[in-house]
Design a protein around this ligand. Sequence first.
Ligand code: B12
Ligand code: SF4
Ligand code: SF4
Length: 325
Amino acid sequence: MISENLSEIQNSLHSIALECGFEMLGFTEASIPDKDQGNIQAFIDKNYYGSMAWFPERQNIRVSFENLGFSVASCIVLGMVYKPSEESEKSCEAILDSVSKYAWGQDYHQVLKDKAKPLLKYLRSHFPNYKFRQAVDSLPIPEKILARDAGLGWIGKHTILINSNFGSYFFLTVILSEKVLHLIDTEMIAFKMPTKDRCGTCTACIDACPTNAIVDAYQLDSNLCISHNTIELKDPSFDEDTKNHGWVYGCDICQDICPWNKTVARKKNIHSKVEEFKPIQFFSESSEIFHELDEQDFEQAFENSAILRIGYKNWNRNIKQKDTF
Ligand code: B12
Ligand code: SF4
Ligand code: SF4
């Protein structure tokens, strides 16, 4: 029997999440199904993690939630849409096919941490004897698998999580909870999003990827992915053989072509409601975006942006690479 209390807690968390700007929230058990564990292992065995040498490390956290300082019982998974409004897209036309929409606004790691603070405060005050910890890419936690199991959507053939209402232009963050919170009661079922795979026979993302990085449905080789090559490749030297197809930071091709974004979410005018994800000044006001920057100008331009993390040398490398196609 699930106590009435748990249902109230879930409802309150849902209301707080909406107030904080999250569109999606779900609960799931802290466990990774065997089939997914096998897929993660295959990703490692095939070296699909590219230059992210950290990926195969700490597998005990990724698949078993070990060494986190407490025994994790449940995961609260939250989703926040970052898709820019049509107005923002018009004002930033120059970067539409060069800078991924997820990096137009402020650094999502910080934004999602700030936005989730009231949820953590609520949890800690209701359950002072239990531990809670938030992850936004900051822990080796398979966020998409947990999000799928929490009812936020399905993992598409391009390997990104899609929600049938919101499309795929949203970030994920997970709150790990020592307290059991994931049990589903009848009221919560109404909040749940469909998790059924709705890609059907479509292969638009696979066909559109210019580097054939989606080597098979649901399988991505990061070595070939423009997102990886513009963000994760640490070597700042210019390489004529690396073709980023005009992209300078990230890549949106497989998401732009997806009917769940292109048609369904667009018709519903799904876009970010969060001030922090409006384009940063450098993108909305500068007329010289794709010119090389010195360290000081780079740091000023990307002060609150995730782009700051790649450093000015790699930004300049990507600018040079932009024109080689
Ligand atoms: C590593 C990483 C990357 C890598 C690898 C991407 C990938 N597909 O995994 C690179 C650098 C390429 C990348 C790119 C991007 N990323 Co990224 N990334 C991550 C990170 C840190 C880990 C993901 C992970 O564990 N991947 C490993 C694979 C094995 O996991 P998986 O994809 O869930 O695997 C499932 C299937 O794809 C399949 N599978 C995968 N590989 C294989 C291999 C075989 C052989 C088989 C059979 C099956 C299989 O099986 C699994 C399910 O059982 C997460 C944050 C996190 N901590 O989860 C963000 C995250 C996934 N990224 C995100 C974003 C936004 C992006 C980009 C869109 C950014 C951009 N615009 O440039 C692109 C999208 C590229 C793409 N097509 O996926 C968001 C996605 C949000 C969402 N709606 O899903 C996340 C969740 C960050 C966040 N907190 O919001 N990313
Ligand atoms: S992000 Fe770009 S390069 Fe990577 S899989 Fe999608 S379309 Fe291909
Ligand atoms: S483009 Fe088609 S196959 Fe690819 S994720 Fe979207 S619906 Fe699925």
